[in-house]
Design a protein around this ligand. Structure first.
Ligand code: ADP
Length: 436
């Protein structure tokens, strides 16, 4: 099911990327193409206009000043420009001047209505010309053209050929890039989907695990209640054991939902943190205090080693919760008569908090995994101790929020040390993405 959704999602992403790329390429192609075509005709049209003004002014006198532009254009197109002179009847009158070109051009008709207009025409089915029809006033110096129609023609075959070449190159280039854009779209949709897939997988696993964890205590409570219903005449004292079990399971449920809520909050990044400068020694004293009694009641010893006086910026509620998790675990996983030691010390711009126990310890492979959600080294054992495998992942998230690190190492001669290293002044904006 989830795979199908992912594939559909990826296909949609791919399509939108691909359509986006294609649109950009097509738009770019059209713009370049239009601009190129227009630029080509513009220079021809300018040449025609220059020729027009030259014609209307009569042949230039030898010492007449020419603008630089006119000089250039005329030098550039000395043989490209042809002029057909028509009389009032539409007959070509400069046959002699045209020479051999006359045969090719003789069929071009005069369209009097097109005076002043720029046109593109095809002659004999193969030569392309850009034309400008003008009517020379009677007063023109050049007697040969006075009062006649002049069709100034500029051959644009080279431009057409260039345009064809350009179109070919353009189409090939665009084709290649279009193909590349397919690859690019595939790659981009993969890249975009990767984090989504990862968090999707994590979320599915999390929900699955959570449901499983919730089901066990619920089933036990249900069984116990159903059993009690079969003994309506018993006194509470007779069923105290069963009731106690149901009660402890409901406490378990409560802790579990509480932890799940904390993790859900950590996922959605909605938690409001409250970082404040804190005197660490006092804060730890106050946090550890209640646990010394609990430890004593279990025949264990909890010691807070003397803490040097220093301040650190931290969220007191969250670090309190972290201490609860670590001390709770230390108590859970160590035998009677053992000692749990809490130490804290500044280390330059950081400070370290260590909770050391003399318990069962954590070995190699498990060291990295115990911070994963729902991971427990010994499932049956931690079930007895009321664990749900979420404590350390919450601890990890809290440490992440403080831009710190948490690791576990061996305690000498036995047990484990949970070492939390936190910055004295955590950066306020944006926190690390909790990975677990
Ligand atoms: P749990 O609720 O099961 O204690 P945690 O996330 O707090 O879940 O811990 C994960 C697992 O790490 C535990 O099940 C246990 O196997 C191991 N662990 C945690 N703390 C200690 C410790 N102080 N000593 C030995 N093992 C520990």
């Amino acid at each position: 099911m989830s795979n199908k959704v992912n594939r559909a999602q990826r296909r949609r992403l791919f399509l939108s990327n691909f359509i986006g790329f294609s649109l950009i390429f097509i738009l770019l192609g059209v713009i370049v193409f239009v601009l190129f075509g227009r630029a080509m005709l513009t220079s021809t049209d300018q040449a025609l206009r220059v020729e027009e003004s030259a014609r209307l002014q009569g042949p230039p006198k030898p010492f007449q000043h020419k603008t630089k532009f006119q000089a250039n254009v005329q030098n550039q197109h000395p043989f490209m420009t042809t002029t057909l002179v028509y009389d009032q009847q539409g007959k070509i009158t400069n046959k002699l001047q045209l020479g051999s070109r006359y045969d090719t051009l003789k069929d071009i008709k005069l369209h009097r209505s097109q005076v002043g207009q720029l046109k593109t025409i095809k002659v004999n089915g193969k030569f392309n010309f850009r034309t400008l029809l003008i009517k020379a006033p009677k007063s023109t110096n050049d007697k040969n053209v006075a009062g006649k129609y002049l069709l100034i023609m500029e051959n644009i075959d080279p431009q057409k050929a260039a345009m064809r070449n350009f179109t070919k190159v353009m189409l090939i280039t665009m084709g290649v890039f279009w193909l590349l854009s397919i690859l690019m779209s595939v790659w981009m949709s993969r890249l975009t989907m990767r984090p989504i897939l990862r968090s999707w997988g994590r979320q599915t696993e999390f929900v699955g695990n959570a449901a499983h964890e919730l089901r066990t205590p619920l089933t036990i409570i249900q069984n116990k209640l159903e059993f009690l219903l079969t003994k309506p005449n018993d006194k509470i004292i007779d069923q105290a054991a069963n009731i106690a079990i149901a009660n402890s399971e409901s406490q378990r449920l409560q802790k579990l939902t509480h932890d799940l809520l904390a993790l859900a909050r950590s996922d959605s990044n909605t938690l409001q943190t409250n970082f404040e400068s804190t005197e660490v020694a006092d804060f730890l004293q106050y946090t550890v205090e209640p646990y010394t009694e609990i430890a004593a009641s279990q025949g264990k010893k909890l010691v807070l080693a003397p803490v040097p006086t220093f301040k650190a910026v931290l969220d007191q509620d969250l670090i309190h919760q972290l201490m609860n998790i670590l001390i709770d675990n230390a108590l859970k996983y160590s035998p009677q008569g053992s000692t749990i030691t809490v130490t804290a010390q500044p280390l330059g711009r950081k400070w370290q908090l260590i909770v050391a126990d003399q318990g069962i310890g954590v070995t190699g492979r498990d060291r990295a995994r115990i911070f994963d959600r729902f991971y427990r080294v010994d499932t049956s054992r931690s079930r007895q101790t009321g664990g749900n495998g979420l404590g350390l992942s919450i601890a990890h998230w809290i440490v992440d929020l403080h831009h710190g690190t948490i690791t576990v190492r061996d305690n000498q001669p036995k047990g484990s040390q949970f070492v939390t290293t936190l910055p004295v002044n955590p950066p306020k904006n944006g926190h690390h993405d909790a990975k677990k």
